[in-house]
Design a protein around this ligand. Structure first.
Ligand code: ZN
Length: 58
C-alpha cells in the first residue's frame, strides 16, 4: 500500500507539500518531520491518524 499525501487536502491550503510513502509508518515519520514547518514539534496520535486518513492510498 502506497500513500500520496497533499498537505492542502489536509487543511493547509497555503502549503504545497506533497509526501509519498510506501508504508503507513514511513508516512507517519515523514509527516512528523514535515509538521515542524507548521510549528508542530510533537504531533499527537490523533493528528497523525487524521493526516494518514486524508492521504490517498494506491
Ligand atoms: Zn504542509
Amino acid at each position: 500500500m502506497a500513500y500520496d499525501f497533499h498537505c492542502r487536502d489536509a487543511g493547509a491550503p497555503s502549503c504545497g507539500a506533497r509526501i509519498t510513502a510506501d508504508t503507513e509508518q514511513e508516512l507517519r515519520d515523514k509527516l512528523t518531520e514535515h509538521l515542524r514547518k507548521h510549528d508542530v514539534d510533537q504531533p499527537n496520535e490523533t493528528l497523525l491518524d487524521h493526516l494518514v486518513a486524508s492521504a490517498e492510498q494506491r
